[in-house]
Ligand binder design. Sequence first.
Ligand SMILES: [Zn+2]
Length: 426
Amino acid sequence: MRKVIKGGIVITMDEKKLEKFEKLDIVIEDNVIKDLTVDYQGDADVIIDASNKIVMPGLINAHTHLGMSLFRATNDELTLNDWLNKKIWPIESTMTDEDVYFATLFSILEMLESGTTCSNNMYFSSEAAINAIVQTKVRSIFSECLMDNDDKGTERIETFKKLYEKYKDNDLVSFMVSPHSMYTCSKKYLKECSELALSYNVPVHIHFCENEDEVKKIKKEYHKSPVKALNKVGLLRNKLVLAHGTFISDKDLKLLNKKDISICHNPISNLNLGCGIADIDKYNNTLNICLGTDGQGSGNNLNMFYHMSLVDLLQKGLHKNPLSMNSYDVLKMATINGAYALGLEKEIGSIEVDKKADIIILDMNTINSYPSDDIINNIVHNTEVINIDTVMINGETLIQNHKLLLNINKDALKDKMNEMMMRLMK
Ligand SMILES: [Zn+2]
């Protein structure tokens, strides 16, 4: 099957190209981009007209919890500690696999409708969540959330191993080892996670230095700085995605000076839970910086465009300097940097020949986003759900002309979410 996306302004996010955007046709064979050319005249089974529209890589949400759609905006006036211990964990302990399946399915629709094509999902009941991913043909990283602060630590690692073997050849499903955090895992368990990730050759994904309280807890437990504590349990040998990294000292930052360590910035979650604002400008020259929404409980929504706008504004405000961040770098965080973080940079994150066709088309000819002189800045700050025209993952068109092509009854799904809310959150 040959598809051609024709006549659009293409933002490739290809670092080798000097042009940030140009009018190009994209030729796709099955699931792979085969050519980028001006005015393609060859054969095509399907032509997607993108004239007067923007074509760009699908967004990559590098830290989220897809099963948390049920908890949307539940964090008001709660600290991270109280929110997790009093609100979230007691309810999560009563959720069934079926609940996680429907909550994940709901999150997938939210991501698709806002232009996200790949997510890094840390949650439990992973097989139920994988079923939702396989059904909807979206791309995702999976990792059973690993903790040993109860008696299920070993069982969770066995679940990871079982699911890895079952789905390792699935084109849309990848894996990470995800210990929840240093304060919910023992030293011995973290060492086990590090070894597990090395033996399966997958990255490690962990909440890290989310707020000052966590930094104090780690120092008290380890008698070391947080990064030295990571080293103590072996995790600095791993490719790492550190979710949040809101408080990393200059001394610790020097110890993290490795190319395969990524900070996943989650600005709305950090603001909502009163954690603070990560100094992305400080990290930018040392580490790979990507972007996540966190779950809807603390992140409000999974709309990466909304979160992108805030990244740009926060850094400029934090540093009282409009030069401390720019829109193109923010767009990199949400695309190619996310791909690097997840170890998928050879497959996704930019529009390049031989990469997978994970592509979105934006129609910016709406009142909220028109006119568009500075295209990149306009995309970062003014893209809303109404601007998402087409979403393609692995060469398959899932949204076209704003219409969801998946056979999912949204009203029935909303009813199911309502039933879950009434049953679980009373
Ligand atoms: Zn999180």
